[in-house]
Design a protein around this ligand. Structure first.
Ligand code: PLP
Length: 369
C-alpha cells in the first residue's frame, strides 16, 4: 500500500545525518530538536501551539483529558472510523455516541450531530477521514449552540485546507479547540516509528496538554493532575522535521496518483471514484473506491492474485465491534456506514508511484470488470 523505502532513498543523506547528530548529542528525550519540529509544524499549520506526543491514540486521550471531560460525559463520534477515535473515550469512562456519516465524503455533519446531542453530551470528535476535512463550519456552529468541545481527529488529513463560506481557509485540525494527529509510518507525515501531536490555538489548552502529557507535572516533581507519559523522541522529531520540508511535494505526489486513478476509473460503471468535497482539499491518505456491484471482495482477491495490494478501511462499523458492546449510545440505523463497510476498497497510494505501476494497477482493475 505504501513504499517507505523508496521515499527514504531519496532523502537518505539528510535522514542519516540527522539521526547521527541526535545520537552524537545523546539528547534522546526532549531538547531543541523536538522544539524545532513543533515550531515548524505550527508554522506550516498556521496554528499557535503544537505539542508532540507518543502516538495519535495518546493525542486523542490527552485531548479528552485536557478538555476536562468526566466519566459519564457523552462524546459524539462517527461509526465509520479507526477504533482509536472511540477507544480512548470508552477507556476514560465516557460514553461514545456513535453516529452515521455522510455517504459522499464519509464524515460527520452538523445535521447528524444535531440528531445525536443529549443533555449529557459534552464533546464531538469529528474525524477527517482519508484526506478531506469534515464540514467544520457547520460542526463549529452546532458545537457553539450546545456548548460542546470540538476535538478534531486529524490522523489522516494533515495539511488539508478547509474553506469557510466567507472564503477564509484553515488547516484541518486547527479549527476546533484541540486537534490531534498521528505520525505512524504509513500516515501522510510518517515517522520511522510511533509519534503523534496535538494542536491548539488556546494558551489554556496548551498549558493543560503539556502538563497532562508529562505526568501532570507543573515543574519537576510537582504534579498538579493525574497525567500520562507520552513523548515524541528526538530521533523521530528529527526525521519528521526533514520530511516536513518535503510535505507539500508529498501531498502533490498523492494528488497526482489520485488524478491518474480517477481518469482510469471514471469509465468503469461499477466503480465510484472518491468524491471531492468542495470546502476541502484532498491530501489522499487513502484512495478509496466504492465497488457498486457487490463484487468488492472478489475484486480484492483478484488483485491479490495479480500481485496488487488493496485494503478495506473499514470492514466493521465501530458499533458492531465486540469491544463497544454495551458501552456506547447509537444514533440512527447506521445504514450508510454499513453500506460503506461493504463497498469500500482502498488502492495503493504513496509518494513514489510511477506511471508503470499505475498503468498496471488500473489495467488489472479494469480487466476484472
Ligand atoms: C492512525 C489513526 C489513529 C491512531 O494513531 P496511532 O498513532 O496509530 O495511535 C487515530 N485515528 C485515526 C482516524 C487514525 O487513522
Amino acid at each position: 500500500m505504501v513504499d517507505l523505502r523508496g521515499q527514504y532513498d531519496k532523502i537518505k543523506t539528510e535522514i542519516d545525518t540527522t539521526i547521527q547528530e541526535c545520537i552524537n548529542s545523546t539528547r534522546f528525550i526532549g531538547g531543541p530538536v523536538i522544539e524545532r519540529f513543533a515550531n515548524n509544524l505550527a508554522n506550516y499549520l498556521d496554528c499557535k501551539y503544537v505539542i508532540p506526543c507518543a502516538n495519535g491514540t495518546d493525542a486523542l486521550q490527552i485531548a479528552l483529558m485536557a478538555a476536562g471531560l468526566k466519566p459519564g460525559d457523552e462524546v459524539i463520534v462517527p461509526s465509520f472510523t479507526y477504533v482509536a477515535t472511540a477507544e480512548v473515550i470508552a477507556l476514560l469512562g465516557m460514553v461514545p455516541v456513535m453516529t452515521d456519516v455522510d455517504p459522499e465524503h464519509f464524515n460527520i455533519t452538523k445535521d447528524i450531530i444535531r440528531q445525536a446531542v443529549s443533555a449529557s453530551t459534552k464533546a464531538i470528535v469529528p474525524v477527517h477521514l482519508f484526506g478531506q476535512t469534515a464540514p467544520m463550519e457547520g460542526i463549529m456552529e452546532v458545537a457553539r449552540e450546545y456548548d460542546l468541545t470540538v476535538i478534531e481527529d486529524n490522523a489522516q488529513s494533515l495539511g488539508s485546507d478547509y474553506t469557510f463560506s466567507d472564503g477564509k481557509k484553515q488547516k484541518a485540525g486547527t479549527i476546533g479547540q484541540i486537534g490531534t494527529t498521528s505520525f505512524f509510518p504509513a500516515k501522510n507525515l510518517g515517522a520511522y516509528g510511533d509519534g503523534g501531536a496535538l494542536f491548539t490555538n488556546e494558551e489554556l489548552y496548551y498549558e493543560k496538554i503539556k502538563m497532562i502529557a508529562n505526568h501532570g507535572q507543573s515543574r519537576l516533581y510537582h504534579h498538579e493532575v493525574i497525567g500520562v507519559n507520552s513523548r515524541l523522541d528526538a530521533i523521530q522529531a528529527a526525521i519528521l522535521d526533514i520530511k516536513l520540508k518535503y510535505y507539500k511535494n508529498y501531498i502533490q505526489a498523492r494528488q497526482e496518483v489520485a488524478a491518474y486513478y480517477d481518469q482510469a476509473f471514471t469509465e468503469v460503471p461499477e466503480l465510484e471514484i472518491p468524491y471531492r468535497y468542495k470546502n476541502s482539499t484532498h491530501v489522499f491518505h487513502q484512495y478509496t473506491l466504492k465497488v457498486k456491484n457487490g463484487k468488492r471482495d472478489e475484486l480484492k482477491a483478484y488483485l491479490k492474485e495479480k500481485g496488487i495490494a488493496s485494503a478495506i478501511y473499514y470492514p466493521v462499523p465501530l458499533n458492531e465491534q465486540n469491544a463497544f458492546r454495551g458501552k456506547g449510545r447509537l444514533v440512527g440505523d447506521m445504514s450508510v456506514t454499513k453500506s460503506l463497510c461493504d463497498q469500500v476498497l482502498s488502492l495503493p497510494i504513496h509518494t513514489e508511484m510511477d506511471n508503470e505501476t499505475l498503468g498496471y494497477i488500473t489495467q488489472q482493475v479494469k480487466s476484472f470488470f
